[in-house]
Design a protein around this ligand. Structure first.
Ligand SMILES: [Ca+2]
Ligand SMILES: [Ca+2]
Ligand SMILES: [Ca+2]
Length: 208
């Protein structure tokens, strides 16, 4: 009898009288399935309506991007051009401080995300498997984030990943430096706070 319960909801179960007795279905399981279906329906309807694009900022996190081959433009060889900046994706992994030093050596800073368009551009050219240091740092006290080039943090959009910043304290240093989180699929990159002394790839930005 157990296996018949899985057919609940299909149209050809009338030959099995017990199946229609909903109370025999384990209730937590059933309600979980219902909420899963509801979630899927919400996603489908959010993604399916062109008219919703202007008002539904919360669904943007689920939009997937194509990888973009960066264009050099007027930037140095190996750099990517977007709007008024040039970007360098490092191939080596260093501490946050070392990364910022490298970027200053190129005449710029670690990446400062001024707009969502800039974040989406970067999201299309990065390697998905890497975390990248960006120019986000918590300097004075816990919860006081700032951009490394002096841009007012309150003037830029915020894109922390779910549950971040968490100042995860496992390594006793806390987490006071910002990075773009690695991801399984190509979509808008979200932020994580990490231990500044760990070594990650990084992204430099120089004004074009
Ligand atoms: Ca920027
Ligand atoms: Ca912190
Ligand atoms: Ca974190």
């Amino acid at each position: 009898m157990e296996s018949q319960y899985h057919q609940f909801g299909s149209s050809d179960t009338s030959s099995s009288p017990g199946v229609h007795n909903i109370t025999t279905q384990p209730v937590p399981q059933l309600s979980k399935e219902i909420s899963d279906v509801k979630l899927q329906l919400e996603r489908i309807s959010a993604g399916g309506k062109p008219s919703s694009s202007s008002s539904s900022a919360m669904t943007v996190q689920d939009v997937y991007f194509q990888k973009l081959v960066p264009v050099r433009g007027t930037c140095r060889e190996g750099w990517a051009s977007f709007q008024r900046s040039c970007y360098l994706l490092s191939t080596t992994a260093v501490t946050w401080r070392k990364a910022e030093e490298q970027c200053q050596g190129h005449g710029g800073h670690l990446l400062v995300l001024n707009t969502v368009e800039e974040l989406d551009y970067i999201s299309k050219i990065v390697e998905l498997r890497f975390n990248y240091w960006i120019g986000l740092v918590e300097r004075e006290h816990e919860g006081h984030w700032s951009w490394v080039d002096g841009t007012d943090f309150n003037s830029t959009p915020i894109f922390w990943d779910q549950g971040q910043p968490d100042d995860w304290d496992y390594r006793e240093n806390g987490e006071d430096c910002g990075q773009l989180h690695a991801s399984q699929r190509r979509k808008r990159k979200l932020w994580n706070d990490a231990d500044c002394n760990l070594q990650y790839q990084y992204i430099c930005e120089v004004k074009a």
